[in-house]
Design a protein around this ligand. Structure first.
Ligand code: DMJ
Length: 688
């Protein structure tokens, strides 16, 4: 919720209530004249001489002063102009959408440009230097979207809300980010996190290291930032992924067995829903990687230990994509009825979430009590959350022949389809469960809170055999909206990226989460959608790759900012609050799609580099991998002591599929992957 509107003006009273009136002024002038007359002639001459001298000095210094003021007004004009340019639509640099422009603007990796970490400066153009007058402070409009009391940690995707920490404070800070100015005290108070905010005291960042302190220094020799050389020695990449998985699994098995997440440094575990999240997220990966022993042991746990009959609030979206999706895909791969039974049990326990006035589901549901509710502080749900559960619920209906699962999620899509408030197919990030209307309109992103809405439009259409026209229409419109409003190129190296729109202003910022998009666009193009979707995919995957290679650890930051001005010298800036890496999958996911559709082995090499970087900087000696705080500091990456379940569920799975020579291993013409990388079959014939 936004705070009460703040006055963004100061009213100045220029009239002094105690001032004399007009007549009093006249008296004062008369008495001055009397005093002048009372002076001696000598005194008057001296005063006149002094005044004449002052006049001469003033005239002599006039040119330089006038230049200064001239500069000031030029700068004002320039500032306005650059503002206009930044907000202009269509963008100054022609996006890839126009086929001719696309040819001219072929992707240009820029290995010579190191990623600079600029702690609190800008992707803001620099105007002429004006020594006399400093630039007036830009009024910051921080739109605070209070989704709960402070002290909240927000983690992960549209609703990667960390369990037990279900207080949220989301602050949309695009404007100040665009200005590239971060107050020092803001740094103390708030840490930006995928478009959301967390309190700094909750952040796990270590004190700044020497490298961090050097952040403002010019970029290091780019050659030195290239993390790893691609080995020419033939290595078994598939086996390397299996090794990584076994190592991750060892940590989980030793210290977190049956719990949600491993804390590999402290050799303990974290609980979110208490559903063995990592174990279930990993089942189909183990099956695909051929890790039979591990799979059998985990299956045994599912059979003997896993129960959904417990008094616990779970997040509808996260439970659906990780647990329901994981169970359904494992059922398909293994054919073991156990997983379908568990999926049915869970699916029916999630259904109370849909009992809302608008039929837009609540975010949280108690799977033991059968009650559901929104977060304590709002009646909104996140848009991506309510529109990225459809693949799983629809599949559950198909398998069980019980239509209610599909009915409730189809209803959500129908409502969103006809809802006013979209911007050329782009959707706001929140929707109200009472009114069924979008809320907090004005911010449009392909990142956190909206990302998988776009992904699931295409994938539902594919799942259902390309028969549901509304889904296709919404997807095509959205891609046009992305091209029109969000795609730009950096000034220095012409890297294509997808920014954000905040109340009409373009923000040159892209979450790592957005790196799902090249894969999705390529999947659409492979299925007969316009060729320029593939052009855009080819360019975006280059940018996602650069987000890794230009970091000293070879790992991407959570969020990248991009420079629009050619004179900026750097394409990407990373802010201190955005330097972490959570072992996320989106780039390797897209690399997998790109390789399958192009057979270009460079995508495999890029994935291999990423795996090596994970091994080098995130692997914990005794078992497990950990999220890190700082991708710019190879000496002190700052382990966060958390292994996200999606590292096993998604990242390692996509790497394995990327390196596999068998295109029939989960053929993309027969399966769609849910947003947690769990493959579900494309329906043989569309339901009518
Ligand atoms: C996963 O839970 C899913 O991929 C989701 O769609 C995005 N966030 C994480 C991985 O980054």
């Amino acid at each position: 919720m936004y705070p009460p509107a703040r006055k963004d003006f100061i009213s100045l009273t220029l009239s002094d209530p105690h001032a004399h009136n007009y007549n009093n002024g006249k008296h004062r002038r008369q008495s001055c004249w009397r005093k002048w007359k009372q002076l001696s002639r000598l005194q008057r001459s001296l005063i006149l001489l002094l005044l004449a001298l002052l006049l001469i000095v003033g005239l002599l210094s006039y040119p330089s002063v006038s230049q200064q003021w001239g500069g000031v007004s030029d700068r004002d004009e320039w500032l306005e102009l650059s503002d206009r340019e930044l907000n202009a639509a269509p963008p100054a640099v022609k996006p890839v959408l126009d086929p001719d422009a696309a040819k001219a603007l072929a992707p240009m990796p820029v290995p010579h440009l190191g990623l600079a970490e600029v702690p609190d400066t800008v992707a803001e153009p620099q105007g002429p230097i004006i020594p006399l007058l400093a630039k007036p402070p830009i009024q910051k409009k921080t739109i605070v979207n209070k989704r709960g009391p402070p002290g909240t940690k927000r983690d992960g995707n549209a609703s990667d809300v960390v369990a037990g920490e279900n207080q949220q404070q989301v602050a949309v800070q695009e404007e100040e980010e665009e200005e590239g100015r971060e107050d020092e005290d803001k740094e103390k108070k708030i840490v930006s996190w995928r478009g959301a905010m967390i309190e700094a005291e909750q952040a796990t960042e270590t004190p700044p290291s020497a490298a961090e302190k050097d952040a403002a220094a010019p970029p290091a020799d780019p050659a030195a930032t290239v993390p790893l050389e691609v080995s020419t020695v033939k290595v078994d990449r598939l086996e390397a992924v299996r090794d990584a998985f076994r190592h991750a699994w060892k940590g989980y098995r030793d210290h977190a067995w049956g719990h949600d997440e491993l804390k590999p440094i402290s050799k303990s575990f974290g609980e979110w829903f208490g559903l063995g999240l990592t174990l279930i997220d990993s089942l189909d990966t183990m099956w695909i990687l051929g890790l039979k022993e591990e799979f059998e042991e985990a299956k045994n746990w599912v059979e003997k230990e896993l129960t959904f009959n417990k008094n616990v609030d779970v997040n509808l979206f996260e439970t659906t994509i990780r647990v329901l999706g994981g169970l359904l895909s494992t059922y398909h791969l293994s054919g073991d009825q156990l997983f379908l039974e568990k999926a049915k049990d869970l699916g029916s326990r999630l259904m109370p979430a849909f009992k809302t006035p608008s039929k837009i589901p609540f975010s949280d549901v108690n799977i033991g009590k059968g009650t559901a509710h929104p977060p304590r502080w709002t009646s909104d749900s996140t848009l991506a959350e309510v529109t990225s559960i459809q693949l799983e619920f629809r599949e559950l209906s198909r398998l069980t022949q019980e239509p209610q699962y599909q009915e409730v999620v189809d209803e959500v899509m129908k409502l969103v389809h006809k809802l006013p408030g979209k911007h050329d197919g782009l959707v706001p990030m929140f929707i109200n469960t009472n009114s069924g209307q979008f809320s907090h309109k004005g911010v449009f992103t392909l990142g956190a809170r909206a990302d998988s809405y776009y992904e699931y439009l295409l994938k539902q259409w594919l799942q259902g055999g390309k028969t549901e026209d509304d889904l296709l229409e919404d997807y095509l419109q959205a891609v046009e909206g992305v091209k029109k409003h969000l795609v730009k190129q950096t000034g220095p190296g012409r890297l294509t990226f997808v920014g954000e729109l905040s109340h009409g202003r373009f923000v040159a910022k892209m979450d790592h989460l957005v790196c799902f998009l090249p894969g999705t666009l390529a999947l659409g193009a492979h299925n007969g959608l316009p060729g320029d979707h593939m052009d855009l995919a080819l360019q975006l995957i280059e940018t996602c790759h650069q987000m890794y290679t230009q970091m000293e650890t070879g790992l991407s930051p959570e969020i990248a900012h991009f420079s629009l001005q050619a004179s900026d010298g750097r394409d990407v800036v990373v802010k201190p609050a955005d330097r972490h890496n959570l072992l996320r999958p989106e780039t390797v996911e897209s690399l997998f799609y790109m390789y399958r559709f192009t057979n270009d082995t460079k995508y495999r090499d890029w994935g291999w580099e990423i795996l090596q970087s994970f091994n080098k900087y995130t692997k914990v000696p005794d078992g497990g991998f950990t999220s890190i705080n700082n991708v710019r500091d190879p000496l002190n990456p700052g382990p966060r002591d958390k292994m996200e379940s999606f590292f096993l569920g998604e990242t390692l799975k996509y790497l394995y599929l990327l390196f596999s020579d068998d295109p029939e291993l989960l053929s993309l013409d027969k399966f769609i992957f849910n947003t947690e990388a769990h493959p579900l079959p494309i329906w043989p014939s569309a339901p009518k």
